[in-house]
Design a protein around this ligand. Structure first.
Ligand code: GLA
Length: 438
Protein backbone atom coordinates (compact mmCIF):
# COMPACT_ATOMS: atom_id res chain seq x y z
CA UNK A 1 0.00 0.00 0.00
CA UNK A 2 1.07 3.52 -0.69
CA UNK A 3 2.78 5.34 2.15
CA UNK A 4 3.04 9.06 2.61
CA UNK A 5 5.87 10.62 0.66
CA UNK A 6 8.67 12.16 2.61
CA UNK A 7 10.19 15.33 1.24
CA UNK A 8 13.83 14.53 0.58
CA UNK A 9 14.94 17.83 2.00
CA UNK A 10 13.31 16.94 5.31
CA UNK A 11 14.37 13.31 5.49
CA UNK A 12 17.06 12.39 7.96
CA UNK A 13 19.81 11.60 5.45
CA UNK A 14 20.73 7.96 5.01
CA UNK A 15 24.19 6.84 3.95
CA UNK A 16 23.81 8.64 0.64
CA UNK A 17 21.55 11.46 1.84
CA UNK A 18 18.49 9.75 0.34
CA UNK A 19 15.56 7.97 1.84
CA UNK A 20 13.65 5.45 -0.19
CA UNK A 21 10.17 4.30 0.66
CA UNK A 22 9.56 1.05 -1.13
CA UNK A 23 5.94 0.49 -2.14
CA UNK A 24 4.86 -3.05 -2.97
CA UNK A 25 7.93 -5.15 -3.47
CA UNK A 26 11.17 -5.04 -5.34
CA UNK A 27 12.39 -7.25 -8.14
CA UNK A 28 15.78 -6.97 -9.67
CA UNK A 29 14.61 -8.13 -13.13
CA UNK A 30 16.42 -10.54 -15.38
CA UNK A 31 20.21 -10.79 -15.30
CA UNK A 32 21.53 -9.36 -18.53
CA UNK A 33 24.97 -9.57 -19.98
CA UNK A 34 24.78 -6.73 -22.40
CA UNK A 35 27.50 -6.92 -25.07
CA UNK A 36 27.08 -3.24 -25.95
CA UNK A 37 27.72 -2.21 -22.37
CA UNK A 38 30.70 -4.49 -21.85
CA UNK A 39 32.37 -3.31 -25.03
CA UNK A 40 31.84 0.37 -24.06
CA UNK A 41 33.33 -0.18 -20.62
CA UNK A 42 36.36 -2.06 -21.95
CA UNK A 43 37.03 0.67 -24.54
CA UNK A 44 36.83 3.32 -21.79
CA UNK A 45 39.37 1.38 -19.71
CA UNK A 46 41.73 0.89 -22.67
CA UNK A 47 41.59 4.51 -23.79
CA UNK A 48 41.99 5.73 -20.22
CA UNK A 49 45.44 4.18 -20.04
CA UNK A 50 46.35 5.60 -23.47
CA UNK A 51 44.96 9.10 -22.95
CA UNK A 52 45.56 9.74 -19.25
CA UNK A 53 48.78 7.76 -18.79
CA UNK A 54 49.27 7.93 -15.02
CA UNK A 55 46.21 6.23 -13.62
CA UNK A 56 46.89 6.70 -9.91
CA UNK A 57 43.75 7.26 -7.88
CA UNK A 58 41.34 6.40 -10.69
CA UNK A 59 37.69 5.75 -10.11
CA UNK A 60 34.63 5.04 -12.25
CA UNK A 61 31.31 6.89 -12.29
CA UNK A 62 28.30 5.35 -13.99
CA UNK A 63 25.13 7.40 -14.56
CA UNK A 64 22.12 5.69 -16.13
CA UNK A 65 19.68 6.95 -18.72
CA UNK A 66 15.99 6.80 -17.95
CA UNK A 67 12.77 5.71 -19.55
CA UNK A 68 9.77 7.59 -18.31
CA UNK A 69 6.94 5.08 -17.85
CA UNK A 70 4.28 7.78 -17.61
CA UNK A 71 3.96 11.44 -16.67
CA UNK A 72 5.26 13.26 -19.73
CA UNK A 73 5.70 17.02 -19.99
CA UNK A 74 4.28 17.60 -16.55
CA UNK A 75 7.36 17.74 -14.30
CA UNK A 76 7.93 21.39 -15.24
CA UNK A 77 4.34 22.06 -14.17
CA UNK A 78 5.21 20.74 -10.71
CA UNK A 79 3.31 17.47 -11.20
CA UNK A 80 4.41 13.94 -10.32
CA UNK A 81 6.03 11.55 -12.80
CA UNK A 82 6.91 7.83 -12.87
CA UNK A 83 10.24 7.06 -14.59
CA UNK A 84 12.77 4.26 -14.12
CA UNK A 85 16.52 4.30 -14.66
CA UNK A 86 17.65 1.85 -17.33
CA UNK A 87 20.64 -0.43 -17.63
CA UNK A 88 22.29 1.76 -20.27
CA UNK A 89 24.48 4.50 -19.01
CA UNK A 90 27.28 7.02 -19.33
CA UNK A 91 30.54 5.71 -17.91
CA UNK A 92 33.33 8.05 -16.82
CA UNK A 93 36.74 6.78 -15.81
CA UNK A 94 38.38 9.54 -13.83
CA UNK A 95 41.70 10.59 -12.32
CA UNK A 96 41.83 13.68 -10.10
CA UNK A 97 44.37 16.37 -11.07
CA UNK A 98 46.41 18.71 -8.88
CA UNK A 99 45.34 21.81 -10.86
CA UNK A 100 42.00 23.30 -11.98
CA UNK A 101 41.91 21.86 -15.48
CA UNK A 102 39.13 19.53 -16.62
CA UNK A 103 40.11 17.35 -19.58
CA UNK A 104 37.47 14.97 -20.92
CA UNK A 105 37.97 12.57 -23.77
CA UNK A 106 34.97 10.87 -25.41
CA UNK A 107 35.68 7.41 -26.85
CA UNK A 108 33.22 8.15 -29.64
CA UNK A 109 35.41 9.83 -32.30
CA UNK A 110 32.44 11.97 -33.42
CA UNK A 111 32.69 13.82 -30.09
CA UNK A 112 36.45 14.01 -29.40
CA UNK A 113 38.03 15.78 -26.40
CA UNK A 114 37.28 18.97 -24.47
CA UNK A 115 39.39 20.97 -22.01
CA UNK A 116 38.41 23.88 -19.79
CA UNK A 117 39.36 25.55 -16.51
CA UNK A 118 37.20 25.30 -13.40
CA UNK A 119 35.55 28.44 -12.06
CA UNK A 120 32.19 29.59 -10.81
CA UNK A 121 31.53 31.34 -14.15
CA UNK A 122 32.60 29.00 -16.94
CA UNK A 123 32.15 30.35 -20.46
CA UNK A 124 29.96 27.98 -22.48
CA UNK A 125 31.26 26.34 -25.64
CA UNK A 126 29.12 27.02 -28.76
CA UNK A 127 25.49 25.95 -28.39
CA UNK A 128 24.95 22.25 -29.04
CA UNK A 129 28.48 21.27 -27.97
CA UNK A 130 28.40 18.13 -25.78
CA UNK A 131 31.11 19.60 -23.52
CA UNK A 132 28.56 22.10 -22.22
CA UNK A 133 26.94 19.36 -20.11
CA UNK A 134 30.27 18.81 -18.35
CA UNK A 135 30.75 22.59 -17.99
CA UNK A 136 27.22 22.92 -16.56
CA UNK A 137 28.03 20.41 -13.83
CA UNK A 138 31.45 21.90 -13.16
CA UNK A 139 30.13 25.43 -12.74
CA UNK A 140 27.47 24.25 -10.28
CA UNK A 141 29.99 22.22 -8.25
CA UNK A 142 32.44 25.17 -8.20
CA UNK A 143 29.73 27.52 -6.93
CA UNK A 144 29.27 25.25 -3.91
CA UNK A 145 32.90 24.16 -3.55
CA UNK A 146 35.24 26.85 -4.93
CA UNK A 147 38.40 24.77 -4.40
CA UNK A 148 37.36 21.57 -6.11
CA UNK A 149 40.30 20.13 -8.12
CA UNK A 150 40.28 19.38 -11.85
CA UNK A 151 40.29 15.94 -13.42
CA UNK A 152 41.12 13.87 -16.45
CA UNK A 153 38.31 11.63 -17.62
CA UNK A 154 37.47 9.25 -20.41
CA UNK A 155 33.77 9.04 -21.29
CA UNK A 156 31.88 6.25 -22.97
CA UNK A 157 28.17 5.72 -23.45
CA UNK A 158 25.98 2.78 -24.41
CA UNK A 159 23.05 5.12 -24.22
CA UNK A 160 21.93 6.37 -27.63
CA UNK A 161 22.29 10.19 -27.81
CA UNK A 162 19.29 12.36 -28.77
CA UNK A 163 16.99 9.38 -28.15
CA UNK A 164 14.84 10.83 -25.37
CA UNK A 165 16.60 8.62 -22.80
CA UNK A 166 18.23 11.50 -21.00
CA UNK A 167 21.86 10.92 -21.95
CA UNK A 168 22.49 14.63 -21.40
CA UNK A 169 21.32 14.65 -17.77
CA UNK A 170 23.27 11.43 -17.20
CA UNK A 171 26.40 13.26 -18.38
CA UNK A 172 25.67 16.22 -16.09
CA UNK A 173 25.14 13.91 -13.11
CA UNK A 174 28.22 11.80 -13.90
CA UNK A 175 30.40 14.91 -14.27
CA UNK A 176 29.19 16.42 -10.99
CA UNK A 177 29.75 13.16 -9.10
CA UNK A 178 33.20 12.83 -10.67
CA UNK A 179 34.22 16.33 -9.52
CA UNK A 180 32.79 15.89 -6.02
CA UNK A 181 34.46 12.51 -5.56
CA UNK A 182 37.75 13.80 -6.98
CA UNK A 183 37.61 16.57 -4.37
CA UNK A 184 36.81 14.13 -1.55
CA UNK A 185 33.53 16.01 -1.01
CA UNK A 186 30.29 14.58 0.39
CA UNK A 187 27.63 13.45 -2.07
CA UNK A 188 24.17 14.62 -1.02
CA UNK A 189 22.00 12.95 -3.64
CA UNK A 190 18.74 14.55 -2.52
CA UNK A 191 20.28 18.02 -2.69
CA UNK A 192 22.00 17.35 -6.00
CA UNK A 193 18.74 16.42 -7.73
CA UNK A 194 17.39 19.95 -7.67
CA UNK A 195 20.81 21.56 -7.87
CA UNK A 196 21.74 19.75 -11.09
CA UNK A 197 18.31 20.28 -12.64
CA UNK A 198 18.95 24.02 -12.23
CA UNK A 199 22.58 23.63 -13.36
CA UNK A 200 21.58 21.97 -16.62
CA UNK A 201 19.80 25.15 -17.67
CA UNK A 202 23.35 26.32 -18.51
CA UNK A 203 22.89 24.55 -21.86
CA UNK A 204 19.80 26.66 -22.56
CA UNK A 205 16.99 24.16 -21.93
CA UNK A 206 14.63 25.06 -19.11
CA UNK A 207 13.71 21.46 -18.30
CA UNK A 208 11.90 20.03 -15.30
CA UNK A 209 13.54 18.01 -12.56
CA UNK A 210 12.65 14.44 -13.51
CA UNK A 211 15.82 13.35 -15.28
CA UNK A 212 18.36 14.34 -12.66
CA UNK A 213 16.17 12.98 -9.84
CA UNK A 214 15.79 9.52 -11.37
CA UNK A 215 19.45 9.36 -12.42
CA UNK A 216 20.53 10.00 -8.83
CA UNK A 217 17.73 8.28 -6.94
CA UNK A 218 16.74 5.12 -8.85
CA UNK A 219 16.76 1.66 -7.31
CA UNK A 220 17.11 -1.52 -9.40
CA UNK A 221 13.86 -3.34 -10.07
CA UNK A 222 11.70 -0.30 -9.37
CA UNK A 223 10.17 2.78 -10.92
CA UNK A 224 10.23 6.04 -8.96
CA UNK A 225 7.16 8.11 -8.19
CA UNK A 226 8.74 11.56 -8.11
CA UNK A 227 6.92 14.58 -6.70
CA UNK A 228 8.14 18.17 -6.77
CA UNK A 229 7.99 21.22 -4.50
CA UNK A 230 9.16 19.71 -2.24
CA UNK A 231 11.02 16.97 -4.07
CA UNK A 232 10.07 13.48 -2.88
CA UNK A 233 10.76 10.10 -4.40
CA UNK A 234 9.06 6.79 -3.67
CA UNK A 235 10.15 3.59 -5.33
CA UNK A 236 7.50 1.19 -6.63
CA UNK A 237 8.52 -2.39 -7.46
CA UNK A 238 8.11 -3.56 -11.05
CA UNK A 239 6.61 -7.08 -11.22
CA UNK A 240 9.12 -9.72 -12.29
CA UNK A 241 7.24 -10.80 -15.41
CA UNK A 242 6.62 -7.30 -16.80
CA UNK A 243 8.98 -6.25 -19.57
CA UNK A 244 9.62 -2.76 -20.86
CA UNK A 245 11.05 -2.49 -24.35
CA UNK A 246 12.59 0.75 -25.55
CA UNK A 247 12.48 1.24 -29.32
CA UNK A 248 14.00 4.16 -31.18
CA UNK A 249 12.09 6.01 -33.88
CA UNK A 250 15.52 6.73 -35.44
CA UNK A 251 14.48 10.40 -35.49
CA UNK A 252 16.92 12.40 -33.33
CA UNK A 253 15.25 14.35 -30.50
CA UNK A 254 17.85 17.04 -29.96
CA UNK A 255 17.09 18.85 -26.75
CA UNK A 256 19.81 21.33 -27.57
CA UNK A 257 18.42 22.23 -31.00
CA UNK A 258 15.05 22.27 -32.81
CA UNK A 259 13.12 20.33 -30.17
CA UNK A 260 14.13 22.94 -27.62
CA UNK A 261 12.02 25.67 -29.24
CA UNK A 262 8.93 23.44 -29.13
CA UNK A 263 9.70 22.41 -25.54
CA UNK A 264 9.89 26.03 -24.44
CA UNK A 265 6.76 26.93 -26.37
CA UNK A 266 4.87 24.14 -24.57
CA UNK A 267 6.08 25.28 -21.12
CA UNK A 268 4.88 28.78 -21.94
CA UNK A 269 1.52 27.50 -23.22
CA UNK A 270 1.07 25.53 -19.99
CA UNK A 271 1.77 28.62 -17.95
CA UNK A 272 -0.65 30.66 -20.02
CA UNK A 273 -3.35 27.96 -19.81
CA UNK A 274 -3.07 27.74 -16.00
CA UNK A 275 -3.34 31.54 -15.81
CA UNK A 276 -6.49 31.59 -17.96
CA UNK A 277 -8.11 28.80 -15.94
CA UNK A 278 -7.26 30.59 -12.69
CA UNK A 279 -8.89 33.73 -14.10
CA UNK A 280 -12.07 31.83 -14.95
CA UNK A 281 -12.09 30.37 -11.44
CA UNK A 282 -11.40 33.82 -9.92
CA UNK A 283 -8.17 32.59 -8.36
CA UNK A 284 -4.84 34.45 -8.24
CA UNK A 285 -3.11 34.43 -11.64
CA UNK A 286 -0.11 32.56 -10.23
CA UNK A 287 -2.17 29.55 -9.11
CA UNK A 288 -0.18 26.62 -10.53
CA UNK A 289 -1.23 23.12 -11.53
CA UNK A 290 -0.61 21.44 -8.15
CA UNK A 291 -2.83 24.02 -6.44
CA UNK A 292 -5.54 23.72 -9.10
CA UNK A 293 -5.54 19.93 -8.80
CA UNK A 294 -5.62 20.14 -5.02
CA UNK A 295 -8.79 22.25 -5.11
CA UNK A 296 -10.71 20.74 -8.02
CA UNK A 297 -11.01 17.31 -9.50
CA UNK A 298 -9.82 16.70 -13.05
CA UNK A 299 -13.31 16.64 -14.58
CA UNK A 300 -14.23 19.97 -12.99
CA UNK A 301 -11.06 21.50 -14.42
CA UNK A 302 -11.76 20.01 -17.84
CA UNK A 303 -15.22 21.56 -17.78
CA UNK A 304 -13.65 24.96 -17.09
CA UNK A 305 -11.08 24.40 -19.83
CA UNK A 306 -14.01 23.87 -22.21
CA UNK A 307 -14.79 27.58 -21.75
CA UNK A 308 -11.38 28.72 -23.01
CA UNK A 309 -11.64 30.54 -26.31
CA UNK A 310 -8.14 29.46 -27.30
CA UNK A 311 -8.69 25.79 -28.18
CA UNK A 312 -5.00 25.07 -28.46
CA UNK A 313 -4.42 26.21 -24.88
CA UNK A 314 -7.39 24.10 -23.79
CA UNK A 315 -5.78 21.02 -25.37
CA UNK A 316 -2.43 21.65 -23.70
CA UNK A 317 -4.24 22.05 -20.39
CA UNK A 318 -6.21 18.85 -20.97
CA UNK A 319 -3.00 16.91 -21.56
CA UNK A 320 -1.44 18.18 -18.35
CA UNK A 321 -4.33 17.47 -16.01
CA UNK A 322 -5.30 14.12 -17.55
CA UNK A 323 -1.65 13.00 -17.56
CA UNK A 324 -1.43 13.87 -13.85
CA UNK A 325 -4.46 11.66 -13.23
CA UNK A 326 -2.94 8.86 -15.32
CA UNK A 327 0.22 9.01 -13.21
CA UNK A 328 -1.80 8.55 -10.00
CA UNK A 329 -3.66 5.63 -11.51
CA UNK A 330 -0.48 4.11 -12.92
CA UNK A 331 1.22 4.18 -9.50
CA UNK A 332 -1.73 2.22 -8.06
CA UNK A 333 -1.77 -0.17 -11.04
CA UNK A 334 1.94 -0.85 -10.59
CA UNK A 335 1.61 -1.43 -6.86
CA UNK A 336 -1.28 -3.86 -7.46
CA UNK A 337 0.43 -5.49 -10.48
CA UNK A 338 -2.50 -4.56 -12.77
CA UNK A 339 -0.75 -5.06 -16.07
CA UNK A 340 -3.64 -4.25 -18.42
CA UNK A 341 -4.60 -1.10 -16.55
CA UNK A 342 -1.01 0.11 -16.62
CA UNK A 343 -0.76 -0.63 -20.35
CA UNK A 344 -4.01 1.20 -21.14
CA UNK A 345 -2.78 4.24 -19.23
CA UNK A 346 0.44 4.26 -21.26
CA UNK A 347 -1.48 4.08 -24.52
CA UNK A 348 -3.85 6.85 -23.43
CA UNK A 349 -0.82 8.94 -22.50
CA UNK A 350 0.53 8.54 -26.02
CA UNK A 351 -2.77 9.60 -27.57
CA UNK A 352 -2.81 12.69 -25.36
CA UNK A 353 0.79 13.58 -26.26
CA UNK A 354 0.03 13.06 -29.94
CA UNK A 355 -3.32 14.84 -30.17
CA UNK A 356 -3.46 17.39 -27.36
CA UNK A 357 0.18 18.16 -26.65
CA UNK A 358 1.37 17.60 -30.24
CA UNK A 359 4.86 16.35 -29.47
CA UNK A 360 4.76 13.07 -31.35
CA UNK A 361 5.85 12.41 -34.94
CA UNK A 362 4.77 9.87 -37.60
CA UNK A 363 7.63 7.47 -36.79
CA UNK A 364 6.77 7.37 -33.06
CA UNK A 365 3.09 6.86 -33.92
CA UNK A 366 3.84 3.97 -36.31
CA UNK A 367 6.04 2.28 -33.72
CA UNK A 368 3.31 2.59 -31.09
CA UNK A 369 0.72 1.18 -33.53
CA UNK A 370 2.98 -1.71 -34.58
CA UNK A 371 3.78 -2.57 -30.97
CA UNK A 372 0.11 -2.63 -30.05
CA UNK A 373 -0.89 -4.67 -33.10
CA UNK A 374 1.70 -7.27 -32.14
CA UNK A 375 0.45 -7.84 -28.62
CA UNK A 376 1.96 -5.04 -26.52
CA UNK A 377 -0.07 -4.26 -23.41
CA UNK A 378 0.61 -0.57 -23.83
CA UNK A 379 2.99 1.78 -25.65
CA UNK A 380 3.83 5.46 -25.68
CA UNK A 381 6.53 7.90 -26.60
CA UNK A 382 8.97 8.48 -23.75
CA UNK A 383 10.91 11.68 -23.03
CA UNK A 384 10.27 15.02 -24.65
CA UNK A 385 9.13 13.48 -27.96
CA UNK A 386 9.44 14.93 -31.49
CA UNK A 387 11.65 11.91 -32.17
CA UNK A 388 13.52 9.68 -29.77
CA UNK A 389 12.03 6.47 -28.41
CA UNK A 390 8.84 4.74 -27.45
CA UNK A 391 8.48 2.55 -24.40
CA UNK A 392 6.40 -0.59 -24.70
CA UNK A 393 4.95 -2.75 -21.95
CA UNK A 394 4.76 -6.49 -22.53
CA UNK A 395 5.46 -9.69 -20.69
CA UNK A 396 8.17 -12.31 -20.80
CA UNK A 397 5.93 -14.28 -23.20
CA UNK A 398 4.80 -11.50 -25.55
CA UNK A 399 7.95 -9.42 -25.98
CA UNK A 400 9.85 -11.70 -28.41
CA UNK A 401 6.99 -11.70 -30.95
CA UNK A 402 6.51 -7.98 -30.58
CA UNK A 403 10.21 -7.26 -31.14
CA UNK A 404 10.26 -9.50 -34.22
CA UNK A 405 7.39 -7.49 -35.64
CA UNK A 406 9.16 -4.18 -35.03
CA UNK A 407 12.28 -5.59 -36.68
CA UNK A 408 10.34 -6.78 -39.72
CA UNK A 409 8.01 -3.84 -40.21
CA UNK A 410 9.96 -0.88 -38.89
CA UNK A 411 13.70 -1.52 -38.70
CA UNK A 412 14.23 -3.73 -41.78
CA UNK A 413 15.91 -1.66 -44.47
CA UNK A 414 16.70 1.13 -41.97
CA UNK A 415 19.06 -0.54 -39.48
CA UNK A 416 21.72 -3.23 -40.07
CA UNK A 417 20.95 -6.47 -38.23
CA UNK A 418 24.16 -6.09 -36.25
CA UNK A 419 23.00 -2.70 -34.96
CA UNK A 420 19.51 -3.70 -33.87
CA UNK A 421 20.44 -4.16 -30.21
CA UNK A 422 21.48 -0.52 -30.08
CA UNK A 423 18.07 0.76 -31.23
CA UNK A 424 15.56 -1.53 -29.52
CA UNK A 425 16.13 -3.43 -26.32
CA UNK A 426 14.53 -4.70 -23.14
CA UNK A 427 15.20 -1.93 -20.62
CA UNK A 428 15.94 -3.38 -17.21
CA UNK A 429 15.05 -1.09 -14.27
CA UNK A 430 18.45 -0.16 -12.89
CA UNK A 431 20.12 1.57 -9.96
CA UNK A 432 20.88 5.28 -9.98
CA UNK A 433 24.38 6.67 -10.50
CA UNK A 434 27.24 4.87 -8.80
CA UNK A 435 30.86 5.63 -8.00
CA UNK A 436 33.30 2.75 -7.85
CA UNK A 437 36.55 3.68 -6.22
CA UNK A 438 39.87 2.23 -7.37
C1 GLA B 1 12.89 16.32 -20.99
C2 GLA B 1 13.11 17.16 -19.75
C3 GLA B 1 12.30 16.58 -18.57
C4 GLA B 1 10.84 16.39 -18.97
C5 GLA B 1 10.72 15.62 -20.28
C6 GLA B 1 9.30 15.53 -20.77
O1 GLA B 1 13.44 15.06 -20.84
O2 GLA B 1 14.47 17.17 -19.40
O3 GLA B 1 12.44 17.42 -17.46
O4 GLA B 1 10.19 17.61 -19.03
O5 GLA B 1 11.50 16.22 -21.30
O6 GLA B 1 8.51 14.82 -19.88
Amino acid sequence: MERAAQPLDRCPPGRDGLNHLVLGYTQTGPAVTDPIRSSTVSTVRRQFTDVVGDTTGWFVVRAPGRANLIGEHIDYNGLAVLPMAIDRSITLMVRPRQDRTVRVHNIDPRFGSRTFELSDAITPAPQGDWGNYVRAAAQAVCRDHPDVPGLDAVIGSDLPAAAGLSSSSALVVASALALLHAGGLPIDRGGLMGRLAAAERYVGLRGGGMDQAICLGARAGTAAHIRFDPLALDTVGIPADWRFVVASSLVPARKSAEARAVYHRRTEECRQAAKEIARLLELPAATGYPALLARFDTDELLAVAGELRDHQLARRFRHVVTEARRVDRAVSALATKSLDTFGDLMTASHASLRDDYQVSCPELDSLVDLARESGAVGARLTGAGLGGCIIVLGTVETVPVMVQRLDRDFYRGRVAITDLDAVRFVAVPADGATITAS
